[in-house]
Design a protein around this ligand. Structure first.
Ligand code: GRF
Length: 216
């Protein structure tokens, strides 16, 4: 069966991009990263694509007179590579309603919190300030509102005594690297449907046991 062609949009480090590339390299994985777009020249993540010969395009947003023009340039590149699903992975530009609508249910994002808690930036600082016992990440379809949209996969990690934002971020990031490939696989297998703005996943899938924090 043809593999789902994925375009990944990045602005920086690209560790989630790397996790997606590595997942796609596994035999039988139903998707391939066919294009990487960065809006930042020299973004570190571009190296992960270069290392395995994945096409990459730098589209600096500042070179375009408007958000619409910037997105039109991205659309051209995505179309030229036959991209069917767009994954945002640390892409630090807000997208217009028009772009999000064009890619409706074909555009996903990873966010470093258990949405709908802690939308926006500084999620780990705010999770620590709120005193939550679990933090985590969310892979979701993108809607026009920031960090909003049907949830596909979430991963929870415990908040531990002595945590600071850096330690918590590192723990969440490890979980991101598992959650994003899982979400991509489920979508590429055609098992994810959005109904009434909620995701339904076709069985079979494993469900985790309840985790307590503290454990006892
Ligand atoms: C991740 O924490 C992701 O959840 C957020 O931006 C960060 C990107 O990290 N949207 P990386 O570039 O994938 O390493």
């Amino acid at each position: 069966m043809a593999r789902l062609k994925v375009g990944v949009l990045i602005s920086g480090r690209g560790s989630n991009l790397k996790a997606l590339i590595e997942a796609c390299a596994a035999p039988g994985f139903p998707a391939e990263v066919a294009l990487v777009i960065s809006n930042v020249t020299g973004a570190q993540g571009l190296d992960h694509a270069a290392a395995v010969g994945i096409p990459r395009v730098v589209i600096p947003h500042r070179d375009h007179p408007s958000r619409e023009a910037f997105e039109a340039a991205m659309d051209l590149a995505l179309a030229a590579h036959g991209i069917e699903l767009v994954c945002l992975a640390g892409f630090m530009r807000l997208l217009t309603r028009a772009f999000v609508t064009r890619w409706h249910d074909r555009l996903i994002n990873i966010h470093p919190s258990l949405l709908p808690a802690f939308r926006g930036l500084d999620t780990h600082e705010r999770a620590l300030a709120a005193g939550v016992r679990f933090a985590g990440c969310t892979v979701h379809y993108v809607r026009a509102e920031m960090d909003d949209g049907p949830i596909i996969v979430q991963a929870a990690v415990p908040v531990l005594p002595g945590d600071n934002a850096e330690l918590l971020a590192a723990r969440v990031l490890e979980a991101e690297h598992r959650a994003y490939p899982l979400a991509l696989r489920l979508i590429a297998e055609g098992r994810v449907k959005v109904r009434d703005e909620r995701v339904e996943i076709a069985a079979p899938f494993a469900v985790p046991e309840t985790t307590l924090n503290p454990a006892r």
